[in-house]
Write a protein that binds this ligand. Structure first.
Ligand code: SF4
Length: 110
């Protein structure tokens, strides 16, 4: 935990007398990718190649570092820094299989 007094990380003890607070989780957003309905257009890869790559076996996009949460659905959580690029990749998908949600509220952004 980060000490508000000395700005150092401590365990359970705070020798400097400061007050702690838990570091906020920076991963505020989540992609849900419905991979089975991908038609392999590749627009997501062009818009954000750091996170999307075409799979040569079935010509569908793979979500880099995504976690498979069901038979055909993949997810990844990410922070504010990637929001614009992930929104762009969702917007350019012609079959709308990429969706972006706020983690805390569950609000669907696209
Ligand atoms: S833009 Fe959509 S349809 Fe095209 S490869 Fe990406 S996920 Fe698949």
């Amino acid at each position: 935990m980060l000490c508000t007094e000395c700005k150092q990380m401590h365990g359970v003890d705070f020798p400097c007398g400061g007050v702690s607070f838990t570091m906020p989780d920076k991963k505020k957003y989540k992609i849900i990718y419905d991979r089975i309905n991908c038609i392999g257009a590749g627009s997501c890869v062009i818009s954000y190649p750091e996170r999307w790559v075409m799979n040569n076996v079935d010509d569908k996009a793979d979500l880099i570092n995504g976690t498979q949460v069901s038979a055909h659905t993949f997810e990844v959580e990410f922070s504010e820094e990637e929001l614009e690029k992930f929104l762009e990749s969702a917007q350019v998908c012609p079959v709308n299989v990429i969706h972006v949600f706020e983690v805390e509220t569950g609000k669907k952004l696209i």
